[in-house]
Design a protein around this ligand. Structure first.
Ligand SMILES: [Zn+2]
Length: 73
């Protein structure tokens, strides 16, 4: 008799190193996670300079501001 067991796929943890980008407005520490090699600029939507275009937007759960995030590298 075959014993059915749940199959656990072995997920090889590549120990994804992450860093947390903080909110430029209120300093909230976990605005968004990024790869540790990621370089990003974070500017609140209301204070984005002209010609600066973010790749992403993230709303800060703390101060509720829309933060524009631009990947630099
Ligand atoms: Zn904030």
């Amino acid at each position: 008799m075959e014993v059915s067991r749940p199959v656990f796929k072995k997920i090889v943890s590549r120990a994804t190193k992450k860093k947390q980008l903080e909110c430029p407005v209120c300093g909230f520490q976990r605005l968004i996670d990024a790869d540790e090699n990621n370089m990003s600029e974070l500017i609140a939507e209301e204070s984005m300079p002209e010609g600066w275009h973010p790749d992403y937007f993230q709303k800060c759960p703390n101060c509720k501001k829309q933060i524009g995030i631009r990947k630099v590298s």
